[in-house]
Every structure is written in structure tokens, then in C-alpha cells.
Design a protein around this ligand. Structure first.
Ligand code: ADP
Ligand code: MG
Length: 255
């Protein structure tokens, strides 16, 4: 079986003082090994809730989640989570930040340290290992945050609006960067964003969610006639605009 993630009829209701808040309904989704799936939907439709459920941090009210054929009952080492804020600690150097996940897992071995060092070298941060986060640009910080996530060697990466704190130019560059790293390391990725262009430029498949309670509205397989696809190149081909207009209409962003 090559479905790495499988969601079966997921539903989520939050309890609040004013009663139940239905956040998600009837979400089913299969993600293959190495696939990059992005999920777009209006603000508050349940995107973050969905990723938290995949990560095992949040238990759905109904339905089940499987990661590599195992039922998800709680957080697992197979999953790496990247958030909007890079959450690098200012008082730790980049190397110390990158090793944080391993320290938490009590897994700082010489091999793991070597792997961390190799990732820093491969992705252009080797000279910054002794620097502090404040000495790095926004794009470099985001790369360091991804390396920290990769060091524990998760098979699946979850990205929650991971680039939205960056300015537009930086974000385009970081999209390319992170995309290349994820593909090179052969990871499976699920990214949620409200940015349609970002979702199309990076994903093999875009899932559109409805307003809350989020349900799957549509699913688009993204194919560009490009030799070597990168997010930046994708944005420049004619098909990009076609996908964009279609998804834009479906998202119904008018308020
Ligand atoms: P998105 O990431 O798409 O913006 P979220 O998954 O954060 O949406 O939230 C979906 C809905 O569930 C929102 O209406 C939000 O207010 C509500 N919600 C999220 N977390 C909680 C919570 N812990 N308790 C009650 N309601 C929540
Ligand atoms: Mg969110």
C-alpha cells in the first residue's frame, strides 16, 4: 500500500460555552508517498484543525486517520510539523536550534549530529551554525526551521501557513527553497494555506475546502508541461492562470 496518509470520514466538533462548533465534516483523503498535497480554504474553515488531527495532536470526533497503515492514536516520530512562525529560540545558535527536536526525543547521537551538519551544509547554512536566529534573514530562518524538522527524519511534513509571515519576495524564494528540499529528501508533504497561488505552485494536488464546517469541495491534480518544475517557474506558465481562476471561483472569497 503506497498511501502514506489516509483520512476516513473525519469529523470534528469543538465544545464551547455556546454549544458545539462543527469545524470539519466528512473529510476523506489519501496521500501517496512523495506526494505534495495542498489544502486551501477560507479562514476559519478548519485547515489547522485538520493538520492537528493528522499529526495526532488532536483526536477527531469521528472518523479515523492512518499513517503508514497504522491508526494514529497520538503524536508520532513519522511526522514533522512546521508552523507560520519559525519558533526558533533566540538564545540558541542555529545548530543548537536544529538539534532541539533530537534533544527532546533524547536522540542526539553522533550520527544524528552528523546528519544535522550535512543538512546545514547542503542547504547553505553551514556558515551560520554558530550564529543566532536574529542574525539571519527571514528566508534563512525558515530554512533552518525546516532543517530542524528534517533532522528527526520524519516521513511526512505538515506545513501550516508556513510562509505567510514572510514578505512577498522572500516568500517566492522560500517556496522554491523548501520545495526543492522536500523533493530532494523525498518527503510526503501536506501544506495548508489560504494563498491559492502558493498552493498551485507547489502542489501535485490541491484540495479545496468549503467554509466551516470544512468539507472537501473539489480536488485538482496539478500538471504543468515543465521539464523541471519549480514553484517559481510554475507561476509563469499559462496553465497556472487557468488553475488559479478555477480555484478562485470555488473558494468563493467574496464576503
Ligand atoms: P483555519 O486554520 O482554517 O483558519 P481552524 O482549524 O483554526 O481554521 O479553526 C476552525 C474553526 O474552529 C474556527 O471557527 C475556530 O474558531 C474553531 N476552533 C478552533 N480551535 C478551537 C477550539 N480549541 N475551541 C473552539 N473552537 C475552535
Ligand atoms: Mg489556521
Amino acid at each position: 500500500m503506497n498511501n502514506v496518509v489516509e483520512l476516513n470520514d473525519i469529523g470534528m466538533k469543538y465544545q464551547s460555552l455556546n454549544g458545539e462548533i462543527p469545524a470539519l465534516e466528512h473529510i476523506s483523503l489519501k496521500v501517496r508517498q512523495g506526494e505534495f498535497v495542498s489544502i486551501v480554504g477560507p479562514s476559519g474553515c478548519g485547515k489547522s484543525t485538520l493538520l492537528s488531527i493528522v499529526s495526532g495532536l488532536l483526536r477527531p470526533t469521528s472518523g479515523s486517520v492512518f499513517v503508514e497503515s497504522e491508526k494514529v492514536m497520538g503524536p508520532s516520530k513519522k511526522i514533522g510539523y512546521m508552523l507560520q512562525k519559525d519558533h526558533l529560540f533566540d538564545w540558541r545558535t542555529i545548530t543548537q536550534n536544529v538539534l532541539l527536536g533530537l534533544e527532546i526525543q533524547k536522540a542526539v547521537t553522533p550520527e544524528a549530529k552528523e546528519y544535522a551538519e550535512r543538512l546545514l551544509v547542503t542547504y547553505g547554512l553551514s556558515e551560520f551554525g554558530h550564529k543566532y536566529p536574529s542574525q539571519l534573514s527571514g528566508g534563512m530562518r525558515q530554512r533552518a526551521a525546516l532543517i530542524r524538522t528534517l533532522v528527526t527524519n520524519p516521513q511526512i511534513l505538515l506545513l501550516d501557513e508556513a510562509f505567510s509571515a514572510l514578505d512577498y519576495q522572500t516568500r517566492l524564494a522560500v517556496n522554491d527553497d523548501i520545495y526543492a528540499i522536500i523533493k530532494k529528501e523525498n518527503k510526503t508533504a501536506i501544506m495548508v494555506t489560504h494563498d491559492i497561488a502558493e498552493s498551485i505552485s507547489m502542489a501535485d494536488r490541491v484540495i479545496v475546502l468549503t467554509r466551516r464546517p470544512g468539507t472537501v469541495k473539489s480536488c485538482h491534480t496539478i500538471i504543468f508541461g515543465l521539464d523541471k518544475r519549480t514553484p517559481l517557474k510554475s507561476r509563469k506558465v499559462p496553465e497556472f492562470q487557468t488553475y488559479f481562476e478555477q480555484i478562485w471561483k470555488e473558494l468563493d472569497v467574496h464576503v
